[in-house]
Ligand binder design. Sequence first.
Ligand code: AMP
Ligand code: MG
Length: 529
Amino acid sequence: MHNIHIDNSFTDALPQDPITENYTRQVTGTAYSLAQPVEFKKSQVIHVSKLARELGFTDEEVQSLAFKNVVTGREFPDGVAPYAMVYAGHQFGNWAGQLGDGRAINLFEMVHNDQRWALQLKGAGPTPYSRNGDGFAVLRSSIREHLCSEAMHHLGVPTTRSLSLSLSGQQVLRDMLYDGHAAHEKGAIVCRVAPSFIRFGNFELAAAQGNTDVLKQLTDYTIKTFYSQITTTGKEAYLQFFKEVTDRTLEMIIHWQRIGFVHGVMNTDNMSILGLTIDYGPYGWLEPYDHGWTPNTTDRQNKRYRYGAQPEIGLWNLLQLANALYELIDDGPALEKILNSYKENYQTKHLDMMRSKMGLSRPQENDRELIATLEHHLQLHETDMTIFFRELAQVDPQMDTDKAFLHISMAFYDLENLSEPHQWSWLEWLESYLKRLQKEQDESGLDGIAFAKAKQQQMNAVNPKYVFRNYIAQLIIDDADKGDYTLLNEVYRMLQRPYDEQPEFDKWYDLRPDWARTKVGCSMLSCSS
Ligand code: AMP
Ligand code: MG
């Protein structure tokens, strides 16, 4: 294998737990504990993503035993000492205390083309932070994490990445619906990759333990390594850091809202300090546009993490981070000001994002109203979010409302039963949209054809055609459980170009089929993974 440039900045900078045995425990004054992956004798790599190339691995190297050994945790380059990070978190709004990498084992950090990458195995066995868990992961959740991380990357959303998906060769016992019906499933290991896996929860733990030294070391390390544009020191630097994390978090959530991604478990231990989408569990994609939707059955009662609440939860989570950093900053009003900037920026960024989804690049006073009415209509009658916006791109000011309606009608789940009043209100909305487009065209100075083309191009660059719908994931999982990875490979190819027209994949550009409406794994997902 090529000479991997290993540079373990996290373990070099932060205090290691002096206990080196791997048993469940509470720790203080430390940032990580050593933990070795289980030696899986029969592990088997089943998919390697294109990320391998970005890390500098050639196709030949990817086929090598050395590569396979690394991504399944069997063998590492010299001097590598795998470890688990410790963190805490607020789960579903409540303080959960110490959590930590319960089934993620960090291998090493490498630098390639000036980019730092940490490699981490998820599902490779227990760590001191496994609590009651076994440290393993099942194939279904690993497929979902592997493919979705890469899909999100290609959608232009900040995210942790996935290098490979492997079978561990072991069976794992899971009670998928938490209803007393535990069953054995195939175990799997994902090799996740990100500049860093530090979460809000790492800071929360140090703060909750009153460990200002560790808190300071962790914050200084994060700034120096990942926010090096911050050149001030002390309180100023910490405030600037918090502001940058706030901006990145908002940026990420605006992307989620744009593509209809619902994370499902926005606990503070699942919030990356780099503003990356992290920990793909019971996530889902909006099919019928519905602000109240969450794919996570564990959250069915309160729907805390529903689509429409994600921006607000982002802010709540940042407030927890502010509390954790308070000890270093000691300036409530300054922190509050930053939190308020999130609210203000959200308003403008969300508006801009919605405008871009509708092909409006020249802001007008009443856009807010046009958008609010649209969101209202979208929720009255089941309308597929992805299809709606993609089809809306074909609507241009030269059309009459009936023709425009024909375009968007593909997005309705039950067109036959669309009531007359609903249809009228759609026609009414389309009329105002067409008028708005005419204004846009007039201001652009383009002729009808050129305007329609430019608008469509611009909209298609922000409204994906192919997203990783839950039912598609489930079909892949059903096949993979039987050892057939054809569909996995096919969908992975599609997900690399989500904004391009790919006629060969048009069967995936369709409404969610009826059978998937209530099927476990498609409309209902639990945290069991
Ligand atoms: P999650 O809901 O996946 O974000 O996990 C919350 C916490 O539970 C994290 O500390 C995980 O490491 C831990 N955890 C989840 N599943 C397992 C498992 N099977 N074994 C050990 N720890 C786990
Ligand atoms: Mg997690």
